[in-house]
Design a protein around this ligand. Structure first.
Ligand SMILES: Nc1ncnc2c1ncn2[C@@H]1O[C@H](COP(=O)(O)OP(=O)(O)OP(=O)(O)O)[C@@H](O)[C@H]1O
Length: 226
């Protein structure tokens, strides 16, 4: 199992007490499986992604990534595991304004210490996979919103993550572009074998997911087939 959340409880300070954002949440995501997470505003979806990304440490429970219990690692080892195994796509692309599409991808891999030639080939391959082979030299202001989100997704895949975490990737896009981005994520999940968790508000996109889970007041309902 590539990603395992095992009995996760997460609380935040709330006035004098604690607010329970995740309450005994368990979820297993195998390689190549696109799992959608839906739920009302404030139900805990972003918290679930932050815990899965090992960016937030839960009060209780375990997060296993590619078989490693991340709670047993030092902060430095956890950061290393995150860089090697976890790709994160946030709602807004946050591309660097001065870099071309190709360079946005390359910079990620250089940071991870990969060889330049290998990095260039992989970046070109991924830009092709997201349909932007001919836009490699374009800077963010020369790309449409949908194209920027495609660069964002390709960038998250640069270090060949086994886990892909995606937060509302279509919220800034119109329906047609949103559907195209969902098709892309579903295709890449199958093709690259990532364990993908995707938070979405848009139920129209759930058909692309292998399964859908719902969060209510920090609790997961039993997985529901899309
Ligand atoms: N850093 C924080 N400190 C305190 N409370 C927080 C913090 N982050 C989130 N919360 C609270 O935890 C609960 C879950 O929030 P979370 O952001 O995970 O929900 P969500 O389902 O992603 O919401 P949305 O769909 O509106 O983005 C909410 O009640 C929220 O107010």
């Amino acid at each position: 199992m590539t990603l395992v959340l095992d009995d996760i409880t997460l609380t935040y300070p709330d006035g004098g007490g604690r607010l329970t954002a995740l309450d005994s949440v368990s979820l297993e995501v195998p390689a190549g499986c696109l799992t959608a997470v839906v739920g009302p505003s404030g139900s805990g979806k972003s918290s679930l992604l932050a815990v899965a990304a090992t960016l937030v440490t839960p009060d209780r429970g375990r997060v296993l990534v590619a078989g490693t219990d991340t709670g047993t690692l030092s902060p430095a080892a956890r950061a290393q595991l995150r860089a090697e195994h976890i790709g994160i796509v946030f709602q807004q692309p946050h591309l660097l304004p001065s870099l071309t599409a190709l360079e946005q991808l390359q910079v990620m891999a250089h940071l991870a210490g990969r060889r330049p030639k290998e990095v260039r080939e992989r970046a070109r391959d991924l830009l092709g996979a997201v349909g932007l082979a001919d836009r490699a030299a374009a800077r963010p202001h020369q790309l449409s919103g949908g194209q920027r989100q495609r660069v964002n997704i390709a960038r998250a895949l640069m270090n060949e993550p086994s886990v892909l975490l995606v937060d509302e990737p279509t919220s800034a896009l119109d329906h047609e572009r949103g559907a195209a981005v969902m098709d892309l994520i579903a295709g890449l999940t199958a093709e690259r074998g990532t364990a993908t968790v995707l938070v979405t508000h848009d139920r129209a996109h759930l058909a692309r997911a292998a399964r859908t889970v719902t969060v209510h007041d920090g609790r997961l309902t039993a997985p529901v087939s899309a």
